[in-house]
Ligand binder design. Structure first.
Ligand SMILES: Nc1ncnc2c1ncn2[C@@H]1O[C@H](COP(=O)(O)OP(=O)(O)OP(=O)(O)O)[C@@H](O)[C@H]1O
Ligand SMILES: [Mg+2]
Length: 276
């Protein structure tokens, strides 16, 4: 089993949204996925309870406070959502089980400072020093008009942290979470811009899942170099799993404003009705 943990000390940095997206991406590939929750807010339980039965299955798991044991024999992937403020023993327990850690960083200097503190602690752990647990930052909930992605990329380079890209602020994430789904459960036509921003992030994560957990063997394929992701539509989404529903001309959907709004409002009620 391969484990990826989403860690950020800053509350509201997008950890849970990231965890649900990643879990549903893996589930849509027909992999067996467990979504673990170490946060007493139990956001993953809330999201799973809203998940339509037609959506690919994801198993929930709640971490116990006594210790982080590896759950669920038989699951291929564990995606671990963690609480804000994680440090010390709590953080060490996560590092002990994680094969990779993603650190979402939002656009303000407070977010970067908090992430620096977290990274300074993380980089002292032997599993991270040795590369058995890989860590990367990604920009989260960024406004594409502000150059925030470049600022975070520069910051990441200055603290020696791989930077794997950025996800823009988009209502589609908020709406997806409301409905127990993610952008990967939605039609490509509605989510093309956002899917394109996931591509380099998935490139970085993929070796973790394909290599499996806990081996010191060298990676079968080169760990993807960190890349900057422009916060604008990319030209293809071919590496992503097939999404359900209408897939009209994707090139016509570069602007997620009015057109995707109407597509969404047509698609979502139909999807939820099908799942009842
Ligand atoms: N890419 C995004 N675009 C727009 N809104 C987003 C995005 N990602 C997250 N959000 C919103 O930001 C808020 C915080 O997100 P989320 O709950 O995922 O953060 P968190 O780090 O898990 O928070 P906490 O520390 O409280 O557990 C939520 O309202 C969520 O809907
Ligand atoms: Mg959360």
């Amino acid at each position: 089993m391969a484990t990826i943990a989403i860690v950020s000390r800053k509350g509201g940095s997008g950890k849970s949204t990231l965890a649900t997206s990643l879990a549903s991406y893996l589930a849509r590939r027909n992999d067996s996925v467990t979504l673990g929750d170490l946060d007493h807010q139990q956001s993953m339980r809330v999201w799973l309870s809203r998940r339509p039965s037609a959506a690919p299955r994801i198993v929930g798991w709640v971490g116990d406070s006594g210790g982080l044991t590896r759950p669920l024999i038989g699951t291929q992937h564990l995606v671990l959502d963690t609480p804000g403020g994680l440090h010390g023993l709590g953080l060490a327990k996560v590092v002990m089980v994680a094969d990779a850690i993603l650190l979402p960083v939002a656009g303000s200097v407070f977010d970067r400072e908090s992430a620096s503190d977290c990274w300074n602690e993380l980089r002292t752990h032997p599993r991270i020093v040795s590369g058995r647990c890989r860590v990367a930052a990604l920009g989260m909930r960024l406004d594409g008009r502000t150059g925030a992605s470049e600022i975070i990329e520069d910051w990441a380079a200055s603290v020696g942290l791989p930077y794997v890209g950025a996800l823009r602020a988009a209502q589609v994430y908020v709406r997806a979470v409301e409905n127990g789904i993610s952008i990967f459960d939605m039609p490509e036509a509605v989510t093309q811009v956002d899917r394109s921003q996931w591509l380099p992030i998935l490139d970085w994560i993929e070796p973790v899942f394909s290599e499996g957990r806990g081996t010191d063997a060298p990676a079968k394929r080169t760990w993807a170099a960190a890349r900057v992701i422009p916060l604008r539509p990319a030209s293809h989404t071919s590496a992503l799993p097939a999404a359900p529903g209408p897939t009209s001309n994707p090139d016509a959907m570069g602007d997620l404003g009015t057109r995707s709004g109407s597509l969404w409002s047509r698609w979502l009620p139909a999807f939820l009705k099908r799942s009842r």
